[in-house]
Design a protein around this ligand. Structure first.
Ligand code: PEP
Length: 267
């Protein structure tokens, strides 16, 4: 299975000049690795919406990395009176080929509901955007041993898209990545054990497979305080297909060290 390492830049960097520095450092180091056949995983970055078109245009010149949006509108896949929103069509036109959806920060700060996420997944697929769908439990839910129940509830978005929009099933089966991100591990330096993550990934893979026997095995990434020091241990698990990286993706060297770890383990 193809390994993925995806950088979620969130609301960073602050300026166009800093975006360019990060991007050019990343490109210089990534092209060296690819030229030396040292990189065996797919890289993708998700800049903030304001930087998406410029980053995508620069990356299209090289085809070393893909770009994703961090979110899209639930209300319309194209145009409309939705102040502040960016549609799937607009982000695809800006050069993104994927979008992150359901990140815990969107769920927390924007109260994204089940139906909102069903609409966003559908809108993405209608515009041929792949979906990196984020799921994960809070610390309280983890402590109460509710992780799998929470994940089942969150994965019901995918199940509902599958059953309610059969015309999008081909896209969904080809362009879906699940990112398991325990909320308590995001940006905290705390991580679950590799054994815990592996067991959870097995559960996610089985759950998605149970939605329909025609669904291919889904790619499942781990996210939450992945860094250059711990990436090797996650990459060693056969059911951890890559990483969604926040903080460590803002430095080219730590992002590429994580990519190296997955490349070596999966090739
Ligand atoms: C994230 O927010 O998707 C994330 C994984 O963040 P961090 O790597 O900083 O924990």
């Amino acid at each position: 299975m193809q390994a993925w390492v995806i950088g979620n830049w969130k609301q960073n960097p602050a300026t166009v000049s800093e975006v360019n520095t990060l991007l050019e450092t990343l490109l210089a180091a990534a092209s060296d690795k690819i030229a030396n056949k040292n990189l065996g995983c797919q890289l993708m970055v998700a800049p903030s919406c304001i930087h998406l078109a410029a980053v995508s245009t620069r990356l299209q010149e090289t085809s070393l990395l893909l770009t994703a949006a961090q979110d899209i509108s639930a209300h319309s896949d194209s145009t409309g009176a939705y102040t502040g929103d960016c549609s799937a069509q607009q982000v695809a036109d800006a050069g993104a080929t994927w979008t992150i959806l359901g990140h815990s920060e969107r769920r927390q700060y924007h109260r994204e509901s089940h139906q909102t996420l069903v609409d966003k997944v559908s809108n993405a697929l209608k515009q041929n955007l792949g979906v990196v769908f984020c799921i994960g439990e809070t610390q309280v839910q983890y402590d109460a041993k509710q992780t799998l129940d929470v994940l089942n509830e969150q994965l019901a978005v995918i199940k509902d898209c599958w059953s309610q929009q059969p015309e999008l099933n081909k896209m969904l089966s080809e362009r879906l990545i699940i990112a398991y991100e325990p909320v308590w591990a995001i940006g905290t330096g705390k991580v679950p054990t590799v054994e815990e993550v592996s067991a959870t990934h097995e559960h996610i893979k089985q759950t998605v497979a149970s939605f329909d026997k025609t669904l291919p095995a889904v790619t499942v990434l781990y996210g939450g305080s992945v860094n250059a020091d711990n990436a090797d241990s996650f990459a060693a698990s056969p059911v951890i297909d890559g990483a969604l990286v926040g903080g460590a993706s803002l430095k080219a060297d730590s992002f590429l060290a994580i990519a190296d770890a997955f490349s070596h383990a999966k090739s």
